[in-house]
Design a protein around this ligand. Structure first.
Ligand SMILES: *[C@@H]1O[C@H](CO)[C@@H](O)[C@H](O)[C@H]1NC(C)=O
Ligand SMILES: *[C@@H]1O[C@H](CO)[C@@H](O)[C@H](O)[C@H]1NC(C)=O
Ligand SMILES: *[C@@H]1O[C@H](CO)[C@@H](O)[C@H](O)[C@H]1NC(C)=O
Ligand SMILES: [Zn+2]
Length: 529
């Protein structure tokens, strides 16, 4: 068995799962009956629990933005202007500073009230990033922070866009362009909401920050990290951070009835590892038995053939399925309500496809392979880069140990280029202020959507904020239908004008919902009876 080659420490949970299933298979009829009974009770209790809603919410202000024809034209025009400025981060050293300066000017022009109101303090950070502070009338309420980013990944029309990627052309109710979903929709939506609220005379009770980074796509080392530094110097603690990440999935999860809003409570970790093999160079007429290329290729092949262990059910992805279980039909409803028993089975199912496999384990992607300079020379050096995204139940160190073990060849030099652990898991229970506020805001706007915690398989600027808060959420109410995920960093990125307007309304409601002093008392669920 391949798994037997793997050190025990990393495989602990997996071995436990195997043991559980052996016990079940090996036991008699009585045990099976008891199991079925427990399983049925759990399915029932989850059903009931899911139907419970938090009640008795303190009244928050309910200022309507009154978006009429005129405002609609104005907000769409501002948004299109934002898309047309090519704020591209080309590489870790190459950003378009001309575009970023133009973007600064656009923000000031599009949101004059935000920039002139005595309620709003604005500062530029690292020349192109922004930090806004809107103090609340009740300084005892802990502030929160909304985060978005200005930069976008490159896009080329020749890749097959239906409209040029920086044209913001509108086709059949959709605005096309790089940045429409990542992340200018959220960025412009937050500021547009604040602009309209201020015009309506709104003043918050709970203070909040808005952070706009300019280099998120190249890790946020200048933007987000300097914003964090400023807040730390001022001893700011945040009740929560809301950033981009997950969305409203509509018809994307097969078997699920109705749309699901997934709120990211964690992000996978990441590692870039360089593998290299050095060998004496020589002439191709007298080759050694093994070349640097052959040794490295074999090591890479072993990494591909021995994926990292299946860990489904040991991270926050488990809570996602438990929350959604009641929206599935039998037998999926039954299976997902009883992951304590079925998670190995569900993990095997999910690992079949690359997108769901990413939820199941630390993924291993071979991204660069370089060797050789001349057709008749034995190369002295072969090197490859491996990009791993680390499951919440593993650490960076465990992953590095496993790579060494799987490669199992001392001639292969293994070097960590860059990496970090999975992010801590933010709270999502009934006493979690940030999660419940976001959830309530989603339900205020879309009452039929089911809300669940989720895991981001990619990374965001919000990961730099973990010293300022324990609760970081990654969510924008973007409606994702089947195929839309491919538009993210891909071709034909787009948002409907209706959805963009919904973003503005969402942030406007969120800001007002945050004005409550505290959450209502949680209901007692059947679990506690
Ligand atoms: C806000 O007011 C509108 C009517 O103007 C109403 O339809 C809506 O339900 C209210 N929302 C909340 C959360 O109070
Ligand atoms: C940078 O942005 C400027 C101003 O928006 C634009 O004219 C220029 O083409 C951009 N440069 C590149 C290399 O994309
Ligand atoms: C900000 O701009 C100034 C002047 O152009 C430059 O010297 C400085 O390095 C910039 N700072 C950052 C963080 O980019
Ligand atoms: Zn982004």
């Amino acid at each position: 068995m391949r798994a037997a080659r793997v050190p025990h420490s990393t495989l602990g949970p997996k071995f436990k799962m195997i043991r559980v299933s052996k016990i079940i298979i090996g036991s008699g009829f009585a045990v099976v009956l008891i199991l079925i009974t427990i399983v049925s009770i759990r399915t029932l209790s989850l059903d009931v629990n899911a139907g419970l809603q938090l009640a008795h919410w303190e009244k928050a202000s309910n200022i309507s933005l009154d978006i009429d024809h005129h405002k609609r034209e104005e907000l769409i025009a501002h948004f299109k202007e934002a898309i047309r400025i090519p704020t591209v981060s080309f590489s870790s050293t190459e950003i378009n500073t001309t575009a970023l300066l133009r973007f600064n000017l656009l923000l000031q022009r599009a949101f004059p009230t935000v920039f002139s109101s005595s309620l709003v303090h604005h500062e530029l950070v690292a020349n192109y990033s922004h930090l806004f502070w809107v103090p609340g009338s009740q300084p005892n309420l802990m502030p929160y922070l909304m985060l978005a980013h200005i930069d976008v990944v490159p896009a080329s029309e020749s890749d097959g866009w239906v409209a040029p990627p920086f044209s913001a052309q509108e086709i059949d109710g959709f605005i096309y362009g790089r940045g429409t979903i990542d992340d200018k929709g959220s960025l412009m939506g937050i500021l547009q909401a604040l602009e309209y609220l201020l015009i309506k005379g709104y003043a918050p009770r709970r203070g909040f920050y808005i952070g706009l980074g300019h280099d998120e796509e190249i890790s946020g080392y200048k933007g987000a990290m300097n914003i964090v530094r400023l807040l730390q110097q001022r001893d700011v603690q945040l009740s929560f951070v809301l950033d981009e990440g997950l969305a409203v999935l509509d018809g994307v999860i097969s078997g699920l009835n109705g749309p699901a809003a997934l709120i990211g409570v964690s992000e996978k970790g990441s590692a870039t590892v360089k593998l290299s093999v050095s060998a004496p160079p020589g002439h191709a007429s007298m080759p050694p038995r093994e070349s640097s290329i052959g040794i490295l290729a074999a090591a890479i092949k072993r990494l591909e053939e021995n994926p990292m262990p299946r860990l489904f059910g040991h991270g926050p992805e488990r809570a996602t399925f438990e929350h959604l279980a009641h929206k599935f039909r039998y037998p999926m409803k039954f299976i997902l309500s009883n992951l304590w028993l079925f998670s190995p089975l569900v993990g095997r199912f999910l690992e079949q496809k690359p997108d769901s496999n990413a939820l199941v384990r630390t993924t291993t992607a071979i991204t660069i392979f370089n060797a050789g300079v001349k057709t008749n020379v034995i190369p002295s050096l072969a090197e490859a880069y491996v990009n791993l995204r680390i499951h919440s139940a593993q650490s960076l160190q465990e992953v590095l140990d496993l790579i060494r073990y799987t490669v199992g060849d001392h001639r292969v030099n293994i070097e960590l280029i860059e990496g970090f652990d999975p992010l801590p898991v933010s709270s999502s229970d009934e006493t979690s202020y940030g999660f419940q506020i976001i959830k309530k805001t989603v339900l205020d706007m879309f009452p039929t959507v089911v809300v669940a915690p989720g895991v981001c398989v990619g990374n965001t600027d919000s990961r730099h904020f973990k010293a300022l808060t324990t609760d970081i959420y990654r969510f924008i109410p973007l409606w994702f239908k089947p195929g839309d995920a491919k538009r993210f960093h891909g071709i034909n990125e787009r948002i409907s004008t209706k959805n963009y307007e919904e973003l503005i309304l969402f942030y406007s409601r969120l800001i007002q919902n945050c004005d409550i002093q505290k959450l209502p008392e949680p209901h007692t669920s059947l679990h506690e009876l």
